[in-house]
Design a protein around this ligand. Structure first.
Ligand code: 2IT
Length: 447
């Protein structure tokens, strides 16, 4: 049996309950077929078997007291997946659905994504099943402090550098950093990224994932002699990533018509394109209610309870920006029917495998690990600024972000071309990321 197939089968029999992780790993491994079957060095060094097993996983208890004085207990975790090319780097997700499987899928994707950024960062991910919805600021702070009281011993500027993800934004990073500094008595700014501007954060980090995604889409369209100008864009979610997409897509002349939340979605035919609307998105997120209906009430547009934005109005570009598997086969079929040109995942693993199977080819498909890498890339720039104790100007950071997204785009295209599958960004991203990590692993021996 082929090497890739063997490793996929081993993984399925070893961790049959880890659904999301198996989904992510299978997708990546299958696209490495062309590379690893023709050169025995990968099989001899057991590179794939090592790649799919995290270097270290820390699981811990997070006890805290809520506003009523009741004791609460959550699960905390950090998965240090791969440090071949740099210290572990990746976000923290606070969400009630968080499991080992979810964090393993995110950590695994992060390894390849970080390799694509051109920066020296390994991959990791962490989080908790803590549900931030409806919690007071006091409860959030106490939870973050308790979480860091264990996490601090596993992280540091040369070891592991967490950041935000779903449920963890600037406010949470502030609380986490404060507790880290208090316990260690060190101002190690490069231990966390996404910090506030007043204590070592980078300009443009909040915008970076969304801006980067739009830059990537612009590069994709450019290969067809097209551009984002005048296009209709559908977005899901209403958090940090969606906010950045709305701002940059509008700036480049597109119209963003949708947002979504756990309660449903909204369609704004005038476009989510004003400072007032963007500020309101931040307000909705900060409220902790986690519902998008508020936008419809505020701006007098239509709310669709329980619906996803993909099927309601035709869109030229679909940018899932909320969660994994948020665009399925049926959504993909409708997008195809409505003549959608680009589907670009700003969320990690935004599309289901069945959706990807349908769209990759007929529609230009950008995988999360390439499209959303601008976020972690600017985190890398934040670490550098912390290390050299200097803050770059907004134009400097933006220029570096643009350059990195262009580089990721061309790495994907070149790798896809070399694999005889031109235009397959998903395959190209996996191969280009793999080659960088595998080379470092081979050079460093069996560790
Ligand atoms: O999925 C991601 O790349 C992130 N949540 C950002 C990670 C980071 O370290 O900035």
């Amino acid at each position: 049996m082929g090497y890739v197939k063997t490793v996929i089968e081993q993984l399925h029999s070893k961790y049959p309950w880890e659904k999301e992780f198996l989904q992510a790993a299978t997708e990546v491994l299958e696209s490495l077929d062309v590379i690893v079957e023709k050169d025995p060095k990968y099989r001899d060094a057991k590179i794939l078997e090592r790649l799919v097993e995290p270097e270290r996983t820390v699981v811990f208890r997070v006890p805290w007291t809520d506003d009523r004085g009741q004791i609460q207990v959550n699960m905390g975790m950090r998965i240090e997946f791969n440090s071949a090319i740099g210290p572990y780097k990746g976000g923290l997700r606070f969400h009630p659905a968080v499991t080992v499987s979810m964090l393993k899928f995110l950590g695994f994707e992060q390894v390849f994504k970080n390799a694509l950024t051109t920066l020296p960062m390994g991959g990791g991910k962490g989080g908790s099943d803590f549900n931030p919805t409806g919690k007071s600021e006091n409860e959030i702070m106490h939870f973050c402090q308790s979480f860091m009281t264990e996490l601090y011993r596993h992280i540091g500027p040369a070891t592991d550098i967490p950041a935000g993800d779903v449920g963890v934004g600037g406010r949470e990073i502030g609380f986490l950093y404060g507790q880290y500094k208090r316990i260690t008595n060190r101002f190690d700014a490069a231990t966390l990224t996404g910090k506030g501007l007043s204590f070592g954060g980078s300009i443009l980090r909040p915008e970076a994932t969304g801006y980067g995604a739009v830059y990537f889409v612009e590069e994709m369209l450019k290969t067809k002699g097209d551009s984002i100008q005048g296009k209709t864009v559908g977005v899901s979610g209403f958090g940090n990533v969606s906010w950045g997409v709305c701002k940059k897509a509008t700036e480049l002349g597109a119209k963003v018509i949708s947002l979504s939340g756990p309660d449903g979605c909204i369609i704004d035919p005038d476009g989510i394109g004003t400072e007032e609307k963007w500020a309101y998105m931040l307000e909705m997120r900060a409220s902790g209610h986690d519902r998008v209906k508020d936008y419809a009430d505020k701006f007098g547009v239509k709310f669709y309870p329980g619906a996803r934005p993909w099927d309601i109005e035709p869109m030229d570009i679909a940018i899932p920006s909320a969660f994994q598997n948020e665009l399925n086969e049926e959504n993909a079929r409708n997008l195809l029917k409505n003549d959608c040109k680009v589907i670009a995942e700003a969320s990690n693993m935004g599309c289901t495998p069945e959706a990807i199977h349908l769209i990759n080819g007929p529609i230009m498909y950008g995988p999360g690990k390439a499209v959303n890498a601008g976020g972690v890339a600017v985190s890398g720039l934040e670490m550098t600024q912390n290390t050299i104790r200097l803050s770059w100007r907004p134009e400097e950071v933006d220029e570096k972000l643009k350059w990195i997204m262009k580089s990721i785009h061309s790495q994907c295209l070149s790798a896809a071309e070399a694999a005889n599958d031109p235009g397959n960004y998903a395959k190209g991203a996996n191969i280009a990321g793999f080659l960088k990590v595998a080379e470092a692993m081979l050079a460093q021996g069996n560790v």
